[in-house]
Design a protein around this ligand. Structure first.
Ligand code: ATR
Length: 275
């Protein structure tokens, strides 16, 4: 039985084992998929031991995506652009890296939620690994322009430089958000609410117009502050990251097993437990 796993720190609450087990049942593929806790300083050794023990694929989550990127022998263009890897495939004695987060987000928004992203003025909050994972896919999906805002402005500048689409993708300051007009798509890719005791999210309501869709790439508790702000600010739709999670998993599953699973029943089952 081929071995797969998700690596993170912490990892106990990861939904990935359940998602991949459901895909495996659905497609009749025998596999083992576990969650492996990997403190950053031990990740390289843990990953090597996993491969030696028959590991053939891995998903990578916080805070290991940059490290996974550095450990790969080759990268897909989208993983290279994101400088972060969430999907590892063992081939010819080496790890190969991909990043399926952006594709997962776009598929969730355009497929499941029926949204047309083309022509939307888009605001991306955050410039860490998660933001880098989705920025390129949003541009490819045809958003009109992408404003990137980050607490640490230099990281927003670096992300925008790496995107290489001056004029269309640009950075702005948090403190200047009130002067940026309104956006039809606002994506929260910060980790601000992931810890315990996160406070309220705050931003000017002038960012929102009558068509604005607000998306948090987090789900569960970590998506509450931003989406509460978005509702209060009058956003037309709010979407959390649960669908993106299932879609990025499906992209990885297809890459490993050559079969595209049906994500909707798996999404609905998880949604029933994550209002
Ligand atoms: P991830 O892989 O989840 O993106 P990361 O690379 O550590 O994790 O990036 C975290 C992101 O959330 C960054 O954009 C970070 O802003 P900084 O670059 O200024 O650190 C943002 N972030 C984290 N905590 C935040 C907070 N309390 N307020 C605003 N932004 C925050």
């Amino acid at each position: 039985e081929a071995r797969y796993a998700v690596f993170g720190h912490p990892i106990a609450h990861s939904l990935s084992p359940r998602i991949h087990a459901a895909f495996a049942r659905q497609t009749g593929i025998a596999l083992q998929y576990t969650a492996i806790d990997a403190p950053p300083e031990a990740f390289a050794d843990i990953l090597a031991a996993f491969a030696a023990g028959g590991g053939r694929g891995g998903n990578v989550t916080m805070p290991l995506k940059e490290q996974a990127h550095a450990l790969c022998a080759s990268l897909t263009p989208r993983a290279r652009a994101a400088q972060a890897v969430n999907t590892l495939t063992w081939r010819d004695g080496q790890w190969h890296g991909d990043n399926t987060d952006g594709a997962g987000l776009v598929r969730d928004l355009t497929g499941r939620h029926g949204l047309d992203l083309r022509g939307r003025r888009t605001l991306l909050l955050g410039a860490g690994g998660a933001a880098r994972g989705v920025a390129g896919a949003l541009l490819e999906a045809g958003v009109l322009e992408l404003a990137v805002v980050n607490r640490t402005a230099a990281r927003a500048d670096a992300l925008v430089d790496a995107l290489g689409q001056p004029g269309r993708a640009y950075s702005r300051y948090w403190d200047d958000l009130a002067n940026q007009g309104d956006f039809e798509l606002i994506v929260n890719a910060t980790s601000a609410a992931r810890g315990t005791g996160a406070g309220a999210f705050n931003a000017p309501i002038t960012l929102v117009n009558s068509r604005t869709v607000a998306v948090d790439i987090n789900y569960g508790e970590a998506a509450i502050p931003f989406l509460a702000w978005a509702r209060a600010a009058g956003c037309l739709r709010v979407v959390d990251g649960l669908g993106m999670l299932v879609e990025q998993a499906a992209e990885a599953f297809e890459a490993w097993h050559g079969v595209r699973p049906d994500t909707q029943p798996v999404y609905e089952e998880l949604r029933a437990q994550h209002a």
